[in-house]
Design a protein around this ligand. Structure first.
Ligand code: ATP
Ligand code: MG
Length: 487
């Protein structure tokens, strides 16, 4: 399984891999640039894309031999998990063929029982498996894309003891032959019971639909319906604050957020998008209203920051989705009173003040990420529910929510209005409970606009009118009159 024969099979394995980014999939070929031998369990290949738009990009590909003399991905095999996890727990170094090494860092225990457990990974860009380590269920996560910033193992290690993140157990890192470039390959950390916060939220929203009638006040229904989750959502918000404090405490030093740079970037992006349009079939009036609101908001922010008001930066999660906020019923405190919460998939951009990206992060960024995630989540649910009621496609209801579907009969438009109004009220209440009242903070407003523009650019580039419609809806709602109406 060594040499040219193994590398001939590499191409098929990688080109067909669902996790492979599109630009790298277009490589002319994939080439092994280094490897280490993990006993008889796997070859730990470091592979580079050659040719094409992602030429030079590196990937970590553990493989093992097949009976036919070729090889296959080692992920999914008991032997690979057991060998990699055991080696990590023991600690030590494995030399690579080109003079680099793989460094294993763990508690340095003696022989340990490691066994693979069943695990439904679901979609994710890395490879995860569940292992039993001397009676404790742990995740073994291996990274595939080596040139992305991967701080997760080190962050988990530093956050040990806070109880906000899964307990770090060990990790392993590729050290290139030059001895300076280090790329995390894998981490072992404790498995946590629970489900993403999107699960109880979805359950709550979907069970609200039967309560909506022609005579009910939307606000009253929403408040009554969210009441059973109120306490948990407030506590989840406090948990996030505590997480940010612990993170700042563990990583260090305060800095000033480069607000001028962020503002210039947002203005530039807004101008470009406004000038070229989205190129998508979206109502023109909604597009114009959205960009007018964005420009007004950016001008207001520029004036605020002109006063020399420079906000502090601080470390953040960096990629907070609803599913990264894990909640479990807290048995100790009785049903319904609280959740035990954990944050997953830490993607903090910089680990400390020495990193040039250190000032370019803020806990407010995480709040904005959740706020936007709630916007996508709620709009998607509303479009789906309205489509179900009206017997049309959800792209139609989503676009109808932008311009009020003027060509529809009034009775159908009323259904659309009611479902979206109820969902908007529900989302605003959830956002208030979970993310508190910092929404007027100018840096939060700036980060919100930046994120929205970034997402709109992405949705335009990937021809996603459904998602771009959500962006326009919320951009338009930034207008002072709309903000007043929202209160
Ligand atoms: N410690 C854990 N305990 C329980 N479940 C976990 C744990 N770690 C990960 N998971 C589950 O695996 C999923 C994927 O994990 P994670 O988000 O870390 O992977 P990823 O490859 O970095 O994902 P993405 O491609 O979204 O960045 C999580 O959403 C969660 O459902
Ligand atoms: Mg991730």
């Amino acid at each position: 399984m060594h040499g040219a024969e193994a590398d001939a099979g590499l191409d098929g394995l990688l080109r067909a891999a669902p996790w492979m980014p599109e630009d790298a999939r277009a490589a002319e070929r994939f080439e092994r640039i280094d490897h280490a031998v993990l006993g008889g369990a796997a070859l730990l290949l470091i592979v580079a894309a050659v040719g094409g738009p992602a030429s030079g990009r590196r990937f970590f590909v553990p493989v093992r031999g097949t009976d036919g003399g070729g090889f296959e991905a080692a992920h999914g095999s008991e032997a690979f998990d057991v060998a990699a996890v055991t080696r990590t727990l023991t600690g030590g170094k494995l030399p690579t063929a080109r003079g680099g090494s793989v460094e294993f860092r763990g508690p340095g225990r003696g022989p340990i029982g490691v066994r693979r457990l069943p695990f439904e990974q679901g979609w994710s860009s890395n490879a995860l498996s569940l292992v039993d380590v001397s009676g404790t269920a742990c995740i073994h996560k291996t990274y595939r894309r080596l040139d992305e910033t991967i701080h997760e193992p080190e962050l988990l290690r530093r956050m040990n003891g806070t109880g906000r993140t899964p307990q770090w157990v060990g990790d392993y890192t590729y050290v290139a032959p030059d001895g300076t470039s280090r790329s995390p390959l894998g981490v072992i950390y404790q498995y946590v019971q629970g489900e993403g916060i999107d699960v109880p939220l979805r359950g709550n929203l979907r069970s609200m639909w039967p309560r909506l009638t022609d005579t009910t006040s939307v606000e009253e229904v929403v408040h009554a319906h969210l009441q059973p989750l109120e306490e948990q959502l407030r506590r989840a918000g406090e948990f996030l604050d505590d997480f940010h404090q612990d993170l700042a405490h563990r990583l260090g030093g305060a800095a000033e957020y480069p607000v001028r740079e962020a503002l210039d970037d947002a203005v530039d992006r807004a101008d470009r998008l406004a000038r070229h349009g989205t190129g998508l079939a979206l109502p023109k009036s909604a597009h114009e209203a959205a960009f007018e609101a964005l420009h007004t908001e950016l001008a207001a922010l520029a004036a605020e920051f002109d006063d020399g008001n420079i906000p502090a930066s601080g470390p953040c999660h960096g990629d907070l989705h609803l599913s990264h906020l894990l909640c479990a019923a807290d048995g100790d405190r009785g049903a319904g009173t609280g959740w035990r919460m954990t944050v997953l998939d830490l993607s903090t951009p910089a680990l400390g003040p020495d990193d040039p990206d250190w000032p370019r992060q803020s806990p407010l960024q995480d709040l904005v990420a959740l706020e936007r995630a709630l916007e996508y989540f709620a709009a998607d649910e509303a479009a789906f529910e309205a489509a179900r009621r009206l017997g049309v496609d959800s792209l139609e209801t989503m676009l109808g929510s932008l311009d009020g579907a003027p060509h529809w009969p009034e009775a159908r438009r009323a259904v659309l209005r009611q479902v979206f109004a109820a969902t908007d009220a529900w989302r605003r209440h959830v956002t208030r409970l979970l993310l508190g009242s910092a929404s007027d903070h100018p840096l939060r407003r700036l980060l919100y606009v930046r994120r929205l523009l970034h997402e709109l650019t992405y949705n335009q580039a990937h021809a996603r009118p459904y998602h771009a419609a959500i962006d326009l809806r919320h951009a338009r709602a930034l207008a002072p009159a709309a903000a007043f109406a929202r209160k």
